[in-house]
Design a protein around this ligand. Structure first.
Ligand code: BTN
Length: 264
């Protein structure tokens, strides 16, 4: 099935996306970087930039996001904080849930989320989310939020370079084009951030979590800690009960979990 990313086709799959300004590019360094530049001009709330390939796709913690041509979805959504019903700090959680709902709607298998926003499917990471913001130089307040979503759709396992091949995988959906998947993500994401209901969102996010109740480890100031992930609070922070009995709240960063726990 031909699977070119085409703006009109994306729009044909959803009514809500009609309010979006969708920009489709063949190749770009990074849709997040491109969208950030647009945001410095006059780009509007709900501008969506999608590329078929990224030459400098960026992940969290300064990592690269492998973004080969024709087999993935690399998209960034520009949002204005004042136009959101949802607390902006929950946008990565919201994007994670939107992607999981989308995967659920096109597949019999359920995805899972490794806090904070790595999405696993069939034991492999298929999606990462990178939220960035810009601030108003005069007031110092956040004036743009760019939520970047990278989803491996049909990237063959032997194409991922080096050790990435052990961790990363693809969705391989049946009879579903990237245009349909993009439309669904956009629609689900919008339905979440247009709602104020953080409790409901966190409950749904927790239902996808593959870390809750599991032994995890994380590094802070060069020291490694281990404990059980006991809860995710209303702010999307991870609560971890350490081996010494103390509970800590993780607001950002990354946790590690045995790979056998990723499969659902
Ligand atoms: C991660 O896994 O650490 C996050 C990866 C985020 C990748 C997406 S792809 C679209 C957008 N543009 C980027 O350069 N990064 C994000």
């Amino acid at each position: 099935m031909a699977d070119n990313i085409i703006r009109e086709e994306i729009l044909s799959f959803t009514s809500k996306a009609a309010s979006y300004n969708i920009i489709v590019l063949k190749t770009v360094n990074s849709t997040n970087s491109y969208t950030k530049e647009l945001a410095k001009g006059n780009a509007s709330h709900e501008t969506v930039v999608i590329a078929d390939k990224q030459t400098d796709g960026r992940g969290r913690l300064g990592r690269e996001f492998f973004s080969p041509e024709g087999t993935g979805i690399y998209m960034s959504v520009l949002l204005k904080p004042e136009s959101l019903a949802l607390d902006p700090s929950l946008l990565t959680v919201a994007a994670g849930v939107a992607v999981c709902r989308t995967i659920n709607s096109i597949s019999k298998n359920t995805p899972s989320i490794k806090w904070v926003n790595d999405i696993f499917f069939g034991g492999k990471k298929v999606c990462g989310i990178l939220a960035e913001s810009t601030t108003d130089s005069k007031t110092g307040t956040i004036n743009n939020i760019i939520v970047g979503i990278g989803l491996n759709v049909t990237t063959p396992s032997n194409v991922f370079p080096g050790k990435l091949g052990e961790i990363a995988g693809s969705l391989f959906p049946k009879n579903t084009t990237r245009n349909e998947i993009i439309a669904k993500i956009i629609e689900e994401f919008k339905s979440i951030y247009d709602s104020k209901n953080a409790e409901k969102l966190i409950e749904e996010y927790k239902s996808y979590s593959c870390v809750l109740g599991k032994k995890i480890s994380f590094t802070k100031c060069g020291e490694t800690f281990a404990g059980i992930a006991t809860d995710i609070n209303i702010e999307g922070n991870l609560i971890v009960k350490l081996e010494n009995g103390e509970s800590v709240i993780l607001k950002s960063g990354e946790v590690s979990l045995g790979s056998e726990n990723f499969a659902r």
